[in-house]
Design a protein around this ligand. Structure first.
Ligand SMILES: [Zn+2]
Ligand SMILES: [Zn+2]
Length: 373
């Protein structure tokens, strides 16, 4: 038979958790600000080789930026943390509600003991070890016991003397409007100890002052909905910027070469080739219809104008001339090579259009050049 007893409740109003979270945020931010305030400016001047004015200015700029991050991060986590706290307290309530006191008999009277009170004993390191402890009382002799759900009894608390470590005993209580004084005296020596429990209510003026302080700090350190939104946007912008910088830096090694690349259309390619190849003794240059695929390819047909040039020399000269002409353009000679029949030469050119293709081209040229070096 279980007696109706009042259960201790863990779950509180939402405002309790919000206030608690804000108070931790305020504490956290104030501690950081304190760190900056206590920094050794002279030392900073020496290390950064700057004047006092410069050091103070950059330190305050850095502090502001850091605080912006701290406040934002705290605000961004608020909802999730509060939900965790609420869930943890709900779990404690459930643990307590579902617990059943073990059947325990009075060691003196052999009567079934009755439940007087129960509460959760928290294990702050591991909530899985939280357990319920029951206060049971014998209906006859009124003897009491603290037991856990599995029936094990908790050792009664012994207060030990500070002087001789002997057990102390309760020696009376004095109660006034504002205070309860409980006295304990040592069973061996003369030592006495008094516990004081303050019952006086907090001064309303003091309370008001505290609240005003809290509201002021809250406005300074705890972001509201709008502030949080601004923080999130700012944070996301920074992230994007970081990625841009990373992307930009990725091509740092070939940036000068990329800048030099002349992007030619098929028409300007033909014009350029005609002009330079004629000087090397090749004429009648014709280009085919460009093939548009991942890359643009163009077949080039032309005639060797030097009658005494042999096939091998002709092909070599054309190769060098084409490569030299295309050197700083988005076009390259295809590896299929150059064909030669009765003074008519043919080759294919590959056009690089997109930024990635051009980067790839520049990189492959750099590799070739490095091999020659
Ligand atoms: Zn009893
Ligand atoms: Zn003692």
């Amino acid at each position: 038979m279980s007696t109706q007893i009042e259960l201790q409740r863990h779950l509180k109003d939402r405002s309790y958790y919000e206030e608690l979270y804000d108070k931790i945020t305020i504490d956290h931010c104030k501690r950081w600000e304190d760190c900056y305030r206590k920094m050794d400016i002279d030392d900073l001047c020496k290390k950064t080789k700057s004047t006092k004015k410069e050091a103070i200015s950059s330190l305050s700029g850095f502090c502001n930026m850091h605080m912006w991050f701290e406040k934002g991060a705290r605000a961004a986590e608020k909802e999730e943390r509060i939900q965790e706290w609420i869930n943890a307290d709900k779990a404690l309530d459930k643990l307590l509600e579902d617990s059943i006191e073990p059947r325990t008999f009075c060691t003196k009277c052999d009567r079934l003991m009755q439940l007087r009170y129960k509460r959760v004993e928290k294990d702050y390191d591991n909530s899985n070890n939280d357990k319920v402890i029951f206060l049971l009382q014998c209906p006859d002799c009124e003897g009491r016991k603290w037991v856990y759900e599995d029936g094990t009894e908790r050792e009664p608390y012994k207060r030990l003397c500070e002087k001789c470590s002997s057990e102390m005993e309760h020696a009376g209580e004095k109660m006034t409007k504002k205070m309860v004084k409980t006295t304990y005296k040592c069973t061996k020596c003369e030592h006495k100890e008094v516990d004081e429990l303050d019952l006086s209510e907090e001064d309303p003026k003091e309370k008001e002052k505290e609240l005003a302080e809290f509201m002021k700090d809250k406005a300074r350190y705890c972001l509201d909905e709008k502030g949080l939104q601004e923080y999130k946007e700012g944070r996301d912008n920074l992230k994007r910027m970081e990625e841009l910088v990373k992307e930009f830096k990725k091509d740092d090694d070939i940036r000068p070469q990329l800048k030099e690349i002349e992007k030619l259309s098929v028409a300007s390619l033909e014009k350029k080739l005609k002009a330079t190849l004629r000087r090397k003794g090749f004429d009648k240059l014709r280009t085919s219809e460009p093939k548009v695929d991942k890359y643009i390819t163009v077949d080039v047909k032309l005639r060797d104008a030097k009658e005494d040039r042999e096939e091998y020399q002709s092909k070599q000269d054309l190769k060098h001339a084409v490569e030299k002409t295309l050197e700083k353009t988005n076009w390259s000679l295809m590896t299929t090579g150059i064909s030669y029949r009765l003074g008519v030469l043919e080759c294919s050119l590959k056009g690089h259009d997109s930024e990635d293709q051009i980067k790839e081209l520049v990189r492959s040229r750099e590799k070739k050049a490095a091999k020659k070096r």
